[in-house]
Design a protein around this ligand. Structure first.
Ligand SMILES: Cc1cc2nc3c(=O)[nH]c(=O)nc-3n(C[C@H](O)[C@H](O)[C@H](O)COP(=O)(O)OP(=O)(O)OC[C@H]3O[C@@H](n4cnc5c(N)ncnc54)[C@H](O)[C@@H]3O)c2cc1C
Length: 421
C-alpha cells in the first residue's frame, strides 16, 4: 500500500471503530433468527447477543463444524492440515446464542417464519440470512454437482478441498494442472490466483516437470500486477495465465476425460479444478430476496433486503457494491448489521457506517501480498472511500513480503478467535 493511502486507511479504521452502537432503551426485546453460521452469520448472532442480552438470538446452521475457506489453498498445496480450518460453536452457545443444527428449508417473509427440514417453523421479528454462495450448476455445460465429485471446485472448504489435494498428490511428475477461474462477481476475488500460486509452489518443489495453466473468464483480476510479478520471479516456466481475450474462458467441461473446452481449443488436464460461476445460497432464492443476478440487493445502511422487509442479508450472498466477497467483509458487515438490528428493534435510527476490508494472499510460503479498502453507503450501494486503502507496494523487498505473510496468519487467527473462539 502507498504511504499516503496507508495513512487514509488508518484514519478510516479509526472511524470504523466508531460504527454506531445504539443506546440501550428500556424494556423491549425481540426474536432474531440468523440462518448460516459462517463468517457473517456467526459474527452477527454473537454481536447481537452482546449488544442486547434481552434479545432472543437463534443461529440455524447446517453443520456442527464450520470449515473455513481462507487458508484452504494452503491445505490444497500440502502446507496445512484441514483440521486447522475447523471450528465449533460452543462459545456462541456460552454467549447465549441458541443453536439449531439443521438446514433452513423455507422462509415465509409475510408470516415472518423460518421452516426447518424437520418441518418445524420458527417465528422471527428480524431475520438475518448469511448462507454464503452456491454454485451455478446451470452455467457451464457439463459441470454439475456430480461432475464436481470428479473435477473439484474446492470453493467450499471441506471434502472438496481434500479431493483436489489427493488428486495433486496422485498426479505424476510432468502432469498438466488446469484451473478455470470464473467471471465476476464471485467469492474471494484473489482466491483463484492465490490457489494457482500455491499449487505452483507445490509443483516446483515436489513435481518440477509439471505445468499449471489458469484459464480465465476475465481480462483482469485482483492484485494482478503483484501476482504476475511474483509468478515471473518464482514460477517463470511453470505457471501460465490465459486471459478471456486470449481464449481463456471455459465454455464447457467434459468430466469423463478431464477436458476443459474453450472457444479456441480443448485442454486435457491431469488434474482440473473448475471454479464455476456462483450465486447467493439457495435459501436466499427461496426467501425471495435475490434479483436477476442471483445475488441479494440490500440497503447498505442496515443490510435489509430491498425486496423483503425484516430480512437482512450479509456476507457473500449480498450485493455490496464495491466491497469484495471476503471473510473480512462478511465479518465487518455482520457487526454493522447487528448494530442496525438492535437499533431498529429499539425504535432508533441506525447511523451511517464505514466498513473495511483487507484481503491477504500468499504467493508462496513466507511471501504475502494484500489489498485493502474502505467503504461507505452511497447511492444505495457500498462505495469505495476514495484515497483510503490500496495494495502492497509493487517492488517491496522480500522482508516486506514475509511480514505480510505473518500479517495474513495473524489475521486468520484473530478473526477465527473473534467469530468462534
Ligand atoms: C479458496 C478460498 C480462499 C479464501 N481466502 C480468503 C481470505 O484469505 N480472506 C478472506 O477474507 N476471505 C477469503 N475467502 C472468502 C471467504 O471464505 C468468504 O467470503 C466467507 O466465507 C463468506 O462468509 P459467509 O458467512 O457469507 O459464508 P460462509 O462462510 O460460506 O458461511 C455460510 C454458512 O451458511 C450455512 N448455510 C447455508 N445455507 C444454509 C441453510 N439453508 N440452513 C442452514 N445453514 C446454511 C453453511 O453451512 C455455512 O456454514 C476465501 C474463499 C475461498 C474459496
Amino acid at each position: 500500500m502507498q504511504r499516503s493511502s496507508r495513512r487514509d486507511f488508518l484514519k478510516a479504521m479509526a472511524s470504523a471503530a466508531l460504527v454506531p452502537l445504539p443506546a440501550f432503551a428500556q424494556g423491549g426485546g425481540g426474536r432474531v433468527i440468523v440462518v448460516g453460521g459462517g463468517f457473517a452469520g456467526a459474527t452477527c448472532a454473537r454481536a447481537i447477543k452482546k449488544l442486547d442480552q434481552r434479545l432472543s438470538v437463534t443461529l440455524v446452521e447446517a453443520t456442527q463444524t464450520f470449515t473455513a475457506c481462507p487458508f484452504s489453498n494452503n491445505v490444497i498445496a500440502g502446507l496445512r492440515d484441514l483440521k486447522e480450518q475447523q471450528f465449533g460453536y460452543d462459545k456462541l452457545a456460552a454467549d447465549g446464542v441458541e443453536l439449531v443444527f439443521m438446514v433452513a428449508s423455507g422462509i415465509d417473509p409475510q408470516g415472518r417464519s423460518v421452516t426447518l427440514t424437520n418441518g418445524a417453523r420458527m417465528p422471527y421479528d428480524r431475520l438475518v440470512l448469511a448462507p454464503g454462495v452456491d454454485m451455478r450448476w446451470d452455467a457451464l455445460p457439463g459441470y454439475n454437482a456430480a461432475a464436481s465429485e470428479r473435477i473439484p471446485h474446492a470453493w467450499k472448504a471441506g471434502a472438496q478441498t481434500l479431493l483436489l489435494r489427493r488428486q495433486l498428490e496422485a498426479m505424476d511428475d510432468g502432469g498438466l494442472v488446469i484451473i478455470s477461474a470464473p467471471p465476476n462477481p464471485f467469492r474471494c476475488p484473489p482466491g483463484p490466483y492465490e490457489r494457482a500460486s500455491l499449487i505452483a509452489h507445490y509443483l516446483k518443489t515436489k513435481k518440477p516437470k509439471s505445468k499449471l495453466i489458469v484459464l480465465d473468464a476475465k481480462d483482469a483480476f485482483s492484485k494482478q500486477r503483484l501476482f504476475q510479478n511474483a509468478w515471473k520471479e518464482l514460477y517463470p516456466d511453470l505457471l501460465e495465465w490465459i486471459s478471456l481475450s486470449a481464449g481463456g474462458k471455459v465454455t464447457a467441461v467434459e468430466p469423463d476425460s478431464n477436458t476443459l473446452v474453450t472457444d479456441f481449443g480443448r485442454h486435457k488436464a491431469a488434474v482440473a479444478n473448475v471454479i464455476p460461476p456462483q450465486k447467493a445460497g439457495r435459501i436466499a432464492e427461496l426467501a425471495g430476496v435475490t434479483d436477476r443476478t442471483g445475488w441479494c440487493p440490500v440497503d447498505p445502511m442496515t443490510f435489509e433486503s430491498k425486496q423483503q422487509p425484516n430480512v437482512h442479508i450479509i456476507g457473500d450472498a449480498a450485493i455490496m457494491g464495491g466491497m469484495p466477497k471476503s471473510a473480512f467483509s462478511a465479518n465487518a458487515q455482520a457487526k454493522v448489521c447487528a448494530a442496525a438490528i438492535t437499533a431498529i428493534l429499539r425504535g432508533q435510527v441506525p447511523e451511517e457506517p464505514r466498513l473495511i476490508n483487507t484481503c491477504y494472499s500468499l504467493v508462496a510460503p513466507g511471501y504475502g501480498i494484500s489489498i485493502a479498502g474502505v467503504y461507505r453507503p452511497k447511492d444505495g450501494q457500498l462505495a469505495d472511500v476514495e484515497g483510503a486503502g490500496g495494495v502492497s507496494v509493487l517492488d517491496a523487498p522480500r522482508a516486506t513480503r514475509a511480514l505480510e505473510a505473518d500479517f495474513a496468519n495473524g489475521w486468520f487467527n484473530t478473526i477465527t478467535a473473534e467469530v468462534f473462539g
